[in-house]
Design a protein around this ligand. Structure first.
Ligand code: HDD
Length: 697
């Protein structure tokens, strides 16, 4: 039988091709960017808005097509924020916030609202590690009596870009490079810095992402920010602008980069495990929820545009008013059903909360529901238990993929004579958009008021303590050293010059590229703003061991009494003790009792603890000195600036690890030794130790 020849399909885009000349830029002969319909695009930087500071228009088919395509690029994992950890809990207001908002869940200090929170990294896949250098997502679904309100923010108060039109670009740049499929969960590669170095508006966020904020100690210790300006509207219809904040009650701490690298290997689930275990043991994470309030009439007095998501308002200028507290007190029953299938959406608001015209927010209002249609398999994902409102829900939407309800009746519309008693709109309790006057041309244009890209980057850097500044410089040197294209590094040095001359010089020297900058001309001359000490984690670090973990290295013959006193003192501070021995089976203490331990030395490097104590017996210490894992345990704790408690028998181990005794290396057998160790551990890290141990670059 003769084989039938299948005609080959025409190449995509070949048939009816528009003449080539309309698809080449006049200036450089590059191919013209088009939509998926082949329509040439005039502006790939700005959404279509009603006036340059106005809201984005639904008519913007270029934006909608670009975002729709992006939203559906990964199935079924989230295109961003794929790796997340979640927990259930509740929110309780401190007092009525009726002066600010009519939102029901913010009225009554006796009324708890159920919540589900999810924390995430942005760039990595669902199976990636917990501690890459990255932004953390901070999402909270409030199941209020007026429907679901979703807070969908980050642990950093500003963003890389000013317009949602650029979101697919920045995410494509940071994700693994499409041809080679690496690197996973890392911004230290050429495509990310290529995009960033050509996007001056990202410089403020870059300072944050290169700071220790991007490597948090625990999800229980991250701050949360709404990033955009939102509105709160009270019962009288008065609208005020707000910036939303979450503050962890435990205080904020970070790890340092060398720890992050080692933790990623020792425990890739470091954050997820920590959140899970703390809830299991009844040590419930808590956050305060607050707002910075800006009267509409005062918005113009700020020295930047409130609609620009690359800017923050220092707390020294507008303090945060705390509205209430969230407590996470229950782990999910099933990770997939809850943490994976939960769908957050910034468009899910309740009466009393409203949006601003921030063009990044406006794009987000479209993107989330759209992406969830494919991730969660159709338009009925609001019926999945974790997404379903806890209050009654009635409407005429019917059918569709994965419809779980058996909805009765003949009428699925209104008005209706057949079924006059169906659900009907209610002008009194129904959601109303704050009536804001909008004027202006339909236009793709970035407002002039968005043009200052360096002043707040400089403000952030100059608000840091010296160790924090050094870490930013080291992070930049680390990341840029991984960029093989010299011009990208040179252009970044050009930007750093406008942020801080010392930072620029330090990074330039660390890269060995002094004097090679590619000059960058700022659109607006950077200004010197008043530093904001509240932006520094070190400045506001609480003195506490609460929620932290102390590792105690034990061996056969460890002094039982000393161990008991130490454990009691540490637990009194509401910290967790982890006993580490060579074998997981346990050890025999000085009383001859067999004691269980939680960790084997080989699997529990000291990076997993916030402070350590060395309690080997005199007989066992020599064998530890021969053991790299034990020596590294001590050396790393010292290098990571932690408090180290010890007794006389441990001195050979301190010596083998080249530890120089300082105020955080404490003999726990000395008078008040345990108390002194606890005091040193409560300080977190001994920053004064760092300059002798680590240089930049
Ligand atoms: Fe987004 C997920 C936070 C800009 C589009 N985003 C997502 C999540 C968080 C944020 C926390 C994870 C939610 C979860 O746990 O399920 N995103 C932000 C913040 C932004 C931001 C704070 C800037 C201020 N995002 C942003 C833009 C767009 C998106 C500009 C698109 C126009 N984001 C998405 C998305 C995701 C998402 C593609 C992926 C998975 C999902 O929504 O459900 O729609």
């Amino acid at each position: 039988m003769a084989t039938k020849k299948t005609p080959s399909a025409p190449p995509v885009g070949a048939s009816n091709a528009i003449p080539a000349e309309t698809h080449q830029t006049a200036a450089t002969n590059e191919p013209v960017l088009t939509t998926n319909q082949g329509v040439p695009v005039s502006d790939n930087q700005n959404s279509l808005k009603a006036g340059e500071r106005g809201p984005v228009l639904l008519e913007d088919f270029v934006l909608r097509e670009k975002i729709t395509h992006f939203d559906h690029e990964r199935i079924p994992e989230r295109i961003v924020h794929a790796r997340g950890s979640g927990a259930h809990g509740y929110f309780l207001p401190y007092e009525s916030a009726a002066d600010l908002t009519k939102a029901a869940f913010l009225q009554n200090p006796k009324k708890k609202t159920e919540v589900f929170a999810r924390f995430s990294t942005v760039a990595g896949g669902a199976g990636s590690v917990d501690l890459p250098r990255d932004v953390r997502g901070f999402s909270v679904k409030f199941y209020t009596e007026e429907g679901n309100y979703d807070f969908v923010g980050n642990n950093i108060p500003v963003f890389f870009i000013q317009d949602a039109m650029k979101f697919p670009d920045v995410i494509h740049a940071v994700k693994m490079e499409p041809d080679r499929g690496f690197p996973q969960a890392a911004s230290a590669h050429a495509t990310f810095w290529d995009f960033i170095s050509l996007t001056p508006e990202s410089m403020h966020m870059i300072m944050w992402v290169m700071s220790d904020r991007a490597i948090p100690r625990s999800l229980r210790m991250i701050e949360g920010f709404g990033v955009h300006t939102y509105r709160l509207i009270n019962a009288e219809g008065v609208s005020r602008f707000v910036k939303f904040h979450w503050r962890p009650v435990l205080g904020s701490s970070s790890v340092i980069w060398d720890e992050a690298v080692k933790i990623s290997g020792a425990d890739p689930d470091f954050h997820r495990r920590d959140l899970w275990e703390s809830i299991e043991r009844g040590d419930f994470p808590e956050w305060e929820f607050g707002v910075q309030v800006i009267e509409e009439a005062d918005a113009a007095k700020l020295d930047f545009d409130l609609l620009d998501p690359t800017k923050l308002i220092p707390e020294e200028i507008i303090p945060i008013r705390m509205l209430g507290k969230m407590v996470l007190n229950r782990n999910p029953d099933n990770h997939f059903a809850e943490t994976e299938q939960v769908a957050f959406c910034p468009a899910n608001v309740v009466p009393g909360i409203g949006f601003s015209d921030d063009p990044l927010l406006q794009g987000r209002l479209f993107s989330y529901l759209d992406t969830q249609l494919s991730r969660l398999g159709g338009p009925n994902f609001h019926q999945i238990p974790i997404n379903a409102p806890r209050c009654p829900m009635h409407n005429f939407q019917r059918d569709g993929l994965r419809q779980m309800g058996v909805l009765k009746g003949r009428v699925a519309y209104e008005p209706s004579q057949i079924e006059p008693a169906g659900p009907r709109e209610c002008p009194v309790t129904g959601f109303r958009t704050h009536p804001e006057a909008e004027t202006g041309e339909k236009i793709r244009k970035r407002a002039e008021t968005f043009a200052d890209h360096y002043s707040q980057a400089r403000l952030f850097f100059r608000s840091m303590t010296p160790p924090e500044q050094n870490h930013i410089a080291s992070a930049l040197a680390f990341e840029l050293a991984k960029v093989e294209i010299k011009e990208i590094r040179q252009r970044m040095l050009g930007h750093l010059q406008h942020i801080d001359a010392a930072l620029h010089d330090t990074v330039g020297a660390a890269l060995g590229m002094e004097g090679t900058d590619i000059d960058v001309t700022p659109a607006v001359k950077p200004r010197d703003l008043e530093p904001s000490p509240s932006l520094s984690l070190i400045t506001k670090a609480p003195s506490t061991l609460k929620g932290r973990k102390v590792g105690i290295l034990v061996t056969d013959g460890t002094d039982a009494l000393l161990l008991e006193s130490l454990v009691a003192a540490i637990r009194k501070e509401k910290a967790v003790v982890g006993l580490v021995a060579r074998r997981i089976g346990g050890f025999t203490d000085s009383n001859g009792s067999m004691v269980e331990v939680q960790h084997a030395l080989s699997g529990a490097p000291s990076v997993l603890f916030d402070a350590v104590v060395l309690l080997p017996s005199a007989d066992a210490v020599e064998s530890l000195v021969q053991e790299a894992a034990a020596v590294n345990w001590v050396r790393d704790a010292y290098g990571h600036l932690k408090a180290i408690g010890h007794h006389a028998a441990a001195l050979p181990l301190l010596e083998a690890a080249a530890v120089t005794v300082d105020s955080a290396v404490v003999d726990v057998e000395a008078p008040k030794g345990i108390r002194n160790f606890v005091a040193a551990a409560k300080k977190g890290r001994l920053w004064e130790r760092e300059p002798a141990l680590r240089s930049i670059g």
